[in-house]
Ligand binder design. Sequence first.
Ligand code: HEC
Length: 205
Amino acid sequence: MNTTNTIYSGSAALLLCLSMSPFASAENVPQASSGYANFTSAGELVRPLGYREWIFIGTPLTPNDMNNGKASFPEFHNVYIDPASWADWKKTGGFPDGTLIVKELVSVGSKQAASGNGYFQGEYIGLEASVKSKQHFPDTPGHWGFFRFTVEISQALRKIAAAQPGENCMGCHQSKAAQDQVFTQHYPVLRAAAGKGSAGAGRLD
Ligand code: HEC
C-alpha cells in the first residue's frame, strides 16, 4: 500500500468512528447536544437509541388488579440511566447536567409462570424520558424536562418529542420523588451506588 492509500484509509476509519459515536446515532441529525441527550434546533428531544445497553436501574409496576382495575400507569416501567451520568452518580450521589433517564413501558403479559402466580413482562408499548439540562430547561425545577415518545394505541414510537407541559409530569415528580425530581426511592441500584465509587457496581461482600 502506498502512502496516499494509507492516509486515505486512516481518514476513512476516523470518519467511520465519528459516525458511530453515540452522539450521532439518531435518525435526525442533532443540532445541540447535552451529553447523551440530542435535541433538534427547535428544542425537541431526539428519541434515544441503544439505551438497553445503558445502566438498568429498576422496574416499578402498579398493576390494574391492585388499583381498582384502573391504575394510572398499569404497565411495567423498565428504567435506564445513561452511562456518563451513572459514572458521575457513583462519584457524587447526584445527577449531573446532561442526565438522560429512559423509561420503557412494557405491558403485563402472563400472570403465571413455572414458579407460581405473579406479574410477568409482555410487550414493549411505549417510551418516555427525562433530561436534566440547564441550557434547555433554565426555569424548571432541577432543570428537568419530560418527554413522551409513545404513540397511543400503537407500538410505534415518535422519532422526536416536544417537552411535556409542566402540569402533565413535573408536578407529581416534584412533590413525590425522593431526590431531584427522580423517584430514587424505587431504584435500589441508584441508592446502593450513590457516592460509593467502584463499589457501586455491585456487592463486594
Ligand atoms: C402521578 C404521578 C406522576 C406523573 C403525573 C408522572 N409521573 Fe413519571 N413517574 C412517577 C413515578 C411514581 C415514577 C417511578 C415509578 C414508576 O415508574 O412507576 C415515575 C418515573 C418516571 C421516569 C423514570 C425516572 C424517574 O424520575 O423516576 C420518567 C422518565 C418519567 N416518570 C416520565 C414521566 C413523564 C414524561 C410524565 C408526563 C407525561 C410523567 N412521568 C408523569 C410518577 C408520575
